[in-house]
Structures are given as C-alpha cells and as structure tokens.
Design a protein around this ligand. Structure first.
Ligand code: SAM
Length: 326
C-alpha cells in the first residue's frame, strides 16, 4: 500500500490523458487556447497503462481519466477497455460532454459507472459565453442519456463572480428530478494567464448559505474518506448538492490523490508545480520496481496541504487546468 509521510493512503489516481480541449472555458484557458504539447511529449497509452499497473500493485483503487478533454485523444476507448481488465479498480471519467453521447454504450460495457460532467450553466447563452463554444444542447442531451443509462452522474460547476451565480439555484434544482450530484467548485487560479483568478467572492461558505437561503433545511450528508465535497440533500429531492472548497483547501487532511499530467509529470498536490518528470524517467528504460519505488519516495515527502505545496513552487501559478486535469 502506498502511504504519504502524513499517513494518508494514496489510492486514487487522476490521470490527464491529453492537454487538448474542444472548449475554451475562460476560467481555464485563454481564448486562443494554450500551447499544446506535441503528441510525442505526451505519455503514450502503453506508458500510462504501465504506470497504472504499477500503482495498482501498490494498492490503487480508483483512477479518474481526465485531461484536457479525454474523449479527444485517439485510442481512449481501447485504453479504457484495458483499464477495465484490472479487477477491483474503479475507473471513472471526467468530460465536458461534447463528444460523450455516442460512447455511452461502450463505457457501460467497460464497467465505467461514474462520470463527472462539467456544466457551469443551464442557460444556452451563458454556457456559450463561459465556454466560448455553442455546445450546450449536446452536453445537456449527453447528461440526460447518462442518467437514463443509470450512470452515477456528478455535475461539476465552477462558480464565478458576475458570470454564473444565477445558475447556482437552477443547477441545484436539477437534483429534485434526477438522482445526480451537483457540485459547485470554487474558482482556482489555474487559468493559464499567470494572473490568478478574480477575488474569490463565492467561497464555499457563501455558496452553502445561498443554497440554504433558498432551499431551507438541507441535510448534511456523511463524508467519506478522501471526499472533497461537502454534500447536502434537499428534503424530497432525488439527488444531492455539494460544494468543493478547491481554493480554500479545507479537505487536504484526507487527500488520497496522485496526479499525473499528460506530459507525465507527477504531482503530489494540485497546487505544486510538478515534483517529478516520470515520462523521462520511464524513457530511460527503468524497471517496474523502480517506478513503484519512485512513487514511494515522492509521496514520502509530500507537503501537508495545498498552501504548503503552493509555497514550495518555483514560480507563480501560470498553468491551465487543461494540462493538469483538475
Ligand atoms: N475536459 C474535462 C472536463 O471538462 O470536465 C476534464 C478536464 S477539466 C480541466 C476538469 C475540471 O476542471 C472541470 O470540471 C473544470 O470545470 C475544472 N476547472 C478548470 N479550470 C478551473 C479553475 N480555474 N477553477 C476551478 N475549476 C476549474
């Protein structure tokens, strides 16, 4: 089993399989996109599979495939099929939903049960303003198909001051009719500009207060180990709502996440600037044992929380979330 130096079990990998995206969400990257890495600088599917297999030996229980938009990279479905062969490993996907619908039957065949869908607004015009693309209808339709197909669906919505606060209640209202989780995320500075984000006017407590002022006595739900969302159920509703204090960083104490960027950089915390170039290491021809030992060593000196990790960075935060994976 892989533990960090604070006694936290490291059982969950977030694997960014590409840095490319077909949306241009303004809180994530500039309109013209970021400088995408040439394909050969990304990990290959074989390299990614090998890394997952080594972490599986070390007790990995869950892998979330993210990006960029994972469904954009050719070979993704074959990769998911390979992962589904690792018995007992929960394989999850995070997607913006644009290319999702046609893949739903296969995802189900591969045993994928949980999908996170990013959706910041239920208003077509605001969706377009936020994402700089006119894809609301296909994303909403994909959400409905996922629910019909019995997937565990989590909607992720970043709350942005002056941009989509009017969507908080309408998104939460979805949980009346549908058995889904709608999670509101504090905006983080990973927007590719190096300028940080606007002042965090909508922090987790303001979002919770806003929901409570409208929905009344929301019932707090039990927190499971490693969970980042504070979740509530609105009485009589089928789903639940959650708030993720991604900027306030209130949940680091139970963080069980290993992050691997599309370029093959290991992150022991979302807020660090990458602690190890695993891609170059692997390409030197190292053994499986050396890969496992590397993870043990890296997580043996992990900052205790996201504030310490940010302090240890060599420079300011200038990355886009599309190259980290969220
Ligand atoms: N393309 C996939 C998607 O849209 O879900 C996966 C990658 S995306 C980078 C992963 C998550 O990061 C999304 O839910 C997105 O909203 C979130 N995200 C991106 N930039 C963010 C920021 N600056 N603050 C908070 N969340 C952010």
């Amino acid at each position: 089993m892989l533990y960090d130096n604070h006694g936290r079990e490291m059982t969950y990998l977030r694997l960014a399989v590409t840095d490319r995206c077909n949306l241009r969400c303004f809180y994530c990257m500039p309109e013209e996109g970021i400088h995408y890495m040439p394909e050969k600088q990304l990990l290959t599917w074989e390299e990614m599979l090998r890394i997952v297999q080594q972490l599986y030996v070390l007790g990995l229980r869950k892998v979330r495939i993210t990006g960029g938009e994972p469904l954009l990279r050719q070979g993704i479905m074959e990769f998911l099929e390979e992962l589904s062969r690792l018995e007992g490993l929960e394989v999850c996907l995070t997607s913006n939903g644009v290319l999702l619908e046609k893949h739903i039957p296969k995802l189900k065949d591969y045993g994928i049960r949980s999908i996170n869908l990013s959706l910041d607004s239920l208003d077509r015009k605001r969706f377009h303003q936020i994402t700089r693309r006119d894809d609301f209808d296909v994303v909403y339709s994909a959400m409905l198909r996922l629910i019909e197909a019995d997937f565990k669906v989590k909607i992720n919505a970043v709350v942005m001051d002056g941009k989509n606060e009017q969507d908080i209640l309408t998104l939460a209202q979805l949980t009346e009719q549908y058995p889904i989780s709608v999670r509101f995320i504090e905006e983080m500075p990973f927007n590719g500009s190096g300028k940080g984000s606007a002042i965090l006017n909508w922090d987790f407590s303001k979002i919770v207060d806003h929901l409570k002022s409208h929905f009344g006595n929301m019932q707090p739900m039990a927190v499971t180990y490693g969970e980042t969302a504070l979740r509530y159920q609105i009485p009589g509703f089928k789903g639940d709502v959650g708030v993720i204090a991604a900027f306030s960083r209130t949940f680091c104490g139970t963080c069980n996440r290993i992050r691997l960027t599309a370029m093959g950089e290991v992150k022991t915390c979302l807020y660090d600037d990458g602690v190890f170039d695993l891609k170059s290491f692997i390409r030197q021809g190292v053994s499986d044992e050396e890969i496992r030992q590397t993870f043990i060593t890296l997580f043996g000196s992990r900052p205790k929380d996201g504030f310490e990790a940010e302090k240890n960075r060599k420079g300011i935060i200038n990355e886009s979330m599309t190259s980290i994976g969220g």
